[in-house]
Design a protein around this ligand. Structure first.
Ligand SMILES: *Cc1c(COP(=O)(O)O)cnc(C)c1O
Length: 410
């Protein structure tokens, strides 16, 4: 890709607005807050058009001017495709069919690939040799995949109840992985304290500035897929650390400044499980920061995040967009997985199913209109999660009773 150029100019503290150089590897700002990558948008506007982007192959890197990776050779790729939009024609609730953006098609089977692809490409560009992450599963798997591809050593620390498939995929892809008898924040502490002792770079959510930029491509992509000027009315997003929600909002701000999108931006809905809903609570109470959620648990492990470093950024984006925050139960999540699988043939992950349950609630509560153009994020492949058993068997030594078979008696 000979026309590779990033227009990133500096990093900016999300709390104080202080700026920092772009050409040095950075973690948190001195204020202990996430750093945001800023671009020379005037120059992008002058030199790059929507048509330039459209003429390129449909993957994450078509947006390279708006990404921080400075050289083509630093970009690590496992095929970050533009993910499809799939309308739920049969499982709609008497409304316009909601549209699922199916992120389960990405490398490592989750949208964590977007953020970790960017973070690891930057780490690779800066010559980092060792990385570590606290993870509920998908983030670790994505980090390890990209790290192994360029020979970076990787270390993952998971809460004890992390799904087996995630722990094993991390190990199989060359990462070192431990189950920790604590929660995700305990795992985060191990990583933080190991920065000195073990000499690794901390890839925790929002503790380095580049994952947001990878997740930002979801917002860029959605705009493109909706013809730029015709964005969805409402986007339901399963919110854990909030990287994606913050990233999408950032994407649309930048596109507005570039004159690439016009009209109203989508209302952002932060969806959480009612057994781990710190953002929903803070939203309902009109607070700017969330409190730690005690005893967090849910089958949707990707959104089991009791405290998010970027809580104030999530709440700000939700409010500025005119959206809201909503919590659903594990029971609703399970029912949503079954309904969408059986009526529309799409296997959602529990976190994706949470957005479907929240959409149904919002329609019933008239928080959204039946005519609204709705996008639901399915953030991982449903194949990575436990499924209900199916154990009917046939004995070929006996005649098959087809009538009984059709009637479901055998
Ligand atoms: C990480 C994750 C989420 C939450 O995403 P954030 O952008 O960090 O809020 C949701 N679902 C799945 C499957 C995840 O792995």
């Amino acid at each position: 890709m000979s026309d590779w150029r990033s227009y990133a100019t500096h990093l900016e503290c999300s709390a104080t607005g202080d700026t920092f150089p772009i050409d040095r590897l950075q973690g948190l700002s001195p204020a202990g807050k996430p750093l945001l990558v800023r671009y020379d948008l005037d120059a992008v506007k002058k030199n790059v058009s929507r048509d330039t982007i459209l003429a390129r192959s449909a993957d994450m890197w078509r947006w390279r001017e708006l990404l921080p990776v400075r050289e083509a050779r630093h970009a690590i790729s496992l095929g970050e495709i533009e993910t499809p939009l799939i309308a739920l024609e049969r499982s709609k609730h008497g409304s316009a069919a909601p549209i699922v953006k199916d992120e389960g098609r990405l490398p490592t089977g989750s949208f964590k690939a977007r953020g970790l692809c960017m973070a690891m490409s930057m780490a690779h560009g800066f010559g980092v040799k060792r990385v570590a992450i606290p993870t509920n599963g998908n983030a670790g798997a994505a980090m390890v995949a990209y790290a192994s591809r360029v020979g970076i050593e990787s270390f993952c620390f998971c809460p004890e109840d992390t799904p087996e498939v995630n722990v094993r995929e991390i190990a199989l892809q060359g990462g070192r992985v431990w189950r920790v008898n604590g929660l995700i924040n305990d795992c985060g502490k191990i990583v933080r304290e190991g920065v000195e002792a073990a000499g690794w770079f901390d890839i925790s959510t929002l503790k380095e500035p580049y994952r947001i930029e990878g997740k930002k491509t979801m917002g860029l992509e959605l705009a493109l897929q909706f013809g730029f000027d015709n964005l969805p009315d409402v986007v339901f997003y399963p919110t854990g650390g909030g990287t994606g929600l913050i990233g999408m909002w950032k994407a649309w701000q930048e596109m507005q400044q570039l004159g690439w999108i016009k009209g109203k931006l989508p209302r952002l809905v932060a969806v959480q499980a009612d057994t781990c809903a710190p953002i929903v609570k803070a939203y309902d109470e009109g607070k700017t920061h969330a409190e730690l959620w005690p005893n967090a648990h849910t089958i949707a492990s990707g959104i089991r995040v009791p405290a998010a470093l970027g809580d104030f950024l999530i709440l700000d984006a939700v409010r500025k967009s005119g959206g809201f925050a909503a919590a659903v139960s594990d029971k609703q999540i399970e029912a949503a997985v079954t309904r969408v699988a059986q009526e529309d043939g799409l296997l959602l992950c529990p976190e994706g199913a949470a957005t479907y349950a929240a959409y149904a609630d919002a329609l019933a509560q008239k928080k959204i209109a039946p005519t609204d153009k709705v996008v639901l994020f399915n953030c991982a492949s449903g194949l990575k999660y436990p499924m209900p058993p199916a154990d009917a068997r046939l004995d070929i030594t006996k005649p098959i009773d087809y009538a009984a078979l059709l009637a479901g008696r055998i």
